[in-house]
Design a protein around this ligand. Structure first.
Ligand SMILES: [Zn+2]
Length: 108
């Protein structure tokens, strides 16, 4: 059983046991494939770690903005923003280092 399945079994309100959803169908996380909007909206966001992994594995876009570097959710201030505040600082620093290196290379 995967971590996600354990999580669904424990947390999903419509999980009926035995891979079966109470909504009269198999639970897609146990049988079959695809996505479950109930789980994505109401169950998975309850656990940041599970949500992050889920997003990475499925490439699913859940509600909200996610940092391109660490995949954690953050509040986006502009359309150009790609990173959460700690990561954007880190990216800024990397860029600056790169510029400095380039500068040194041209002068030496
Ligand atoms: Zn980040």
């Amino acid at each position: 059983m995967t971590e996600l399945q354990r999580f669904i079994e424990k947390t999903c309100a419509t999980y009926g046991g035995n891979g079966q959803c109470l909504l009269d169908r198999p639970c897609i996380y146990f049988k079959g494939s695809g996505r479950c909007s109930y789980a994505e909206n109401a169950v998975i966001p309850g656990d940041a770690k599970i949500e992050r992994k889920y997003r990475l594995e499925r490439g699913a876009k859940l509600a909200g903005d996610y940092c391109e570097s660490c995949q954690s959710p953050y509040k986006r201030k502009s359309n150009r923003q790609k990173y959460c505040p700690p990561c954007s600082k880190e990216e800024e620093r990397k860029k600056k280092n790169y510029r400095n290196r380039k500068y040194r290379m041209t002068v030496s």
